[in-house]
Design a protein around this ligand. Structure first.
Ligand code: ADP
Length: 551
């Protein structure tokens, strides 16, 4: 027997309707650059999103057709999020920091008919346009007097088009399983892979990130969305903020420590989200602000961190500088992205600050609606004992079940998606990412966690950044090499650094050698990029390698 409850489809358009109807006066603030701050409300955003929806129809974009963006976090990008998906078309957000050939690949592979772009990216657009013959129009996200001087097919001005469209629009009653947006993984190895989200997965993900033991986004929050809206839908914050009726602050492309600090202060932000490198820049800036002033300026209650492991020093400084809880979350493009969030349990209330920092180093517990588990290479489940590391697999309402137009064997018959991460799980369900499987160092048949070694190196006050890679060793098969960047004005020798690390990791894990460099390479999403490092050091021979000493 079925229940007798109403059946409604879970649709993205309902989120912005809810925000406008129930939190219509809550602000959306955008930094458009050069001191230009744009302000309107959820009610204003709804009107403009409806104009965008009419524009999408006028452009002849069909249901299920992709429309791409190359854009920073602004109110216009937000309107596209709702205006495009709300019609049944698919919003493909493209990361402008990818290599040009990857951007071209994504635009062509997604079959995008139009590209909405920020004027600061006009040069890039001019370069890619000739390689994307199926794109009918390039629409510049600006006013008529700011149009870029480029020659591309169907160049048009967003503001002129949008103001010419009616605010009258009735959102179609789509099937909740319809595709809503498309994001591609960075493709550090091989071609980027497309993940096609649905209205249903997006709404459920937003709902779960609003939950208290999650991001806890509420109507009282002012949210600074630092995570780019081209990176996994900005962690779903454009949707969860509407669902909660939170104030939304969009920083544009100005993400220096000083700019982030100013936005947090000026817009009284209570929550923000970003990757560890962004937090490092903020903390470096804040270091030079008077301690009492800092506490007065920043009213943040929590900072959400993900994308890569947050070093302990970030966690500690957030507490000491601002009294703010740095909350780690784990996820990936394939998982919408949020799967685990690190919020303490009742039993953690009595922890000392130091013990709580240890807890905060974990990547969190799974949200309801998702499952996580660790497996060995034969597919057997491993124990949740907090120290056995295995392949992390996930499944749930907002986890992909396939890539867009591409075969892949990442899924098993039970729907478990192999994340490519190695992790431990403790008895309370907290995961700790120990490595990406391609980065783990296999020394004499045992695994060494490159992340743990990096974390130990980073806990030395003279180290700014650290990468550990496994390189060939004639006896051990692979051994760790530590490549580190010293902090400005600080010095440390390789031996002193290894001595410091000796207390933090197993003795046999210690890197065989340390190389100091001026900077480390990063991916388009701001993560350490180990591929170029492996190439750079492929001929490196360890001082501990007998073959080396003989040669
Ligand atoms: P890409 O790195 O290819 O852009 P994603 O943004 O989807 O793709 O990155 C997902 C990966 O980021 C995860 O598989 C994991 O390795 C890493 N990651 C995400 N959050 C965390 C975290 N809290 N701690 C450690 N690693 C993380």
């Amino acid at each position: 027997m079925n229940g007798l409850m109403q059946q409604r489809q879970l649709l993205i358009s309902d989120l912005i309707e809810h925000a406008a109807n129930n939190h219509g006066d809550r602000e959306i603030v955008s930094n458009l650059g050069n001191g230009h701050i744009h302000r309107y409300t959820w009610s204003g955003a709804l009107g403009r999103s409806k104009r965008v929806a009419n524009l999408i129809h006028a452009l002849g974009v069909a249901t299920g057709q992709c429309v791409a963006t190359l854009a920073w976090n602004t109110h216009r990008h937000l309107e596209l999020y709702y205006g495009v998906s709300g019609t049944g078309a698919v919003m493909a957000t493209v990361n402008p920091r990818l290599f040009t050939e990857q951007i071209v690949y994504i635009l062509n592979h997604s079959g995008s008919s139009h590209v909405f772009f920020d004027v600061s990216l006009a040069k890039l657009v001019a370069e890619i346009a000739p390689q994307c013959p199926d794109i009918k129009g390039f629409i510049a996200l600006c006013d008529a007097d700011q149009m870029p001087d480029i020659v591309v097919p169907g160049l048009a001005c967003y503001e002129s088009l949008v103001t010419g469209c009616s605010e009258d629009y009735a959102w179609p009653s789509l099937d909740e399983n319809s595709a809503s947006s498309l994001c591609y993984t960075s493709g550090t190895t091989g071609k980027p892979k497309g993940v096609l989200y649905s209205h249903r997965s997006t709404v459920l993900h937003a709902m779960s990130t609003c939950m208290v033991d999650s991001f806890a986004i509420s109507a009282r929050d002012s949210v600074l969305l630092i995570v780019p809206m081209f990176h996994v839908n900005g962690w779903g914050i454009p949707y969860s903020s509407a669902m909660a009726g939170a104030k939304l602050v969009l920083p544009g492309s100005e993400l220096s420590g000083g700019h982030v600090y100013a936005m947090l202060r000026d817009e009284a932000c209570t929550v923000s989200c970003g990757v560890p490198t962004v937090w490092m820049s903020l903390l470096e800036y804040a270091e030079n602000v008077d301690a009492e002033q800092r506490r007065r300026d920043i009213v943040l209650t929590r900072a959400l961190s993900g994308g890569s492991a947050a070093p302990r020093r970030i966690i500690e400084k957030f507490e000491h500088y601002f009294g703010v809880y740095l909350c780690q979350a784990w996820g990936m493009t394939e998982t919408s992205p949020v799967v685990t969030v690190n919020v303490p349990l009742r039993k953690h209330e009595a922890l000392t600050l130091d013990e709580r920092f240890d807890l905060q180093m974990l990547s969190g517990r799974p949200l309801p609606g998702t499952e996580v588990a660790i497996f060995d290479d034969e597919g057997n489940r491993l124990p949740h004992d907090g120290h056995t590391a295995g392949q992390l697999k996930v499944r749930g309402h907002w986890v992909a079940r396939a890539y867009y137009h591409r075969e892949d064997d990442a899924w098993d018959a039970n729907n478990w998606f192999a994340t490519g991460d190695l992790a431990t799980l403790n008895a309370d369900g907290y995961i700790r990412i120990t490595d990406r499987s391609k980065d783990v160092i296999k020394s004499g048949g045992e695994w060494i966690s490159s992340l743990d070694l990096e974390s130990a190196a980073l806990s030395h006050p003279a180290i700014d950044e650290a990468a550990v890679i496994g390189l060939r060793h004639s006896h051990w098969q692979e051994r760790p090499l530590l490549i580190a960047v010293k902090r400005k004005g600080k010095d440390v020798t390789a031996d002193a650094l290894l001595d410091h690390m000796r207390n933090l990791v197993a003795k046999w894990w210690l890197p065989d050698d340390v190389v100091f460099v001026d900077s480390l390479p990063h991916t388009a999403t701001g993560k350490l990029s180990k591929l170029p490092l492996r190439k750079q050091f492929e001929n490196f021979r360890f001082s501990t390698d007998v073959e080396n000493t003989r040669g």
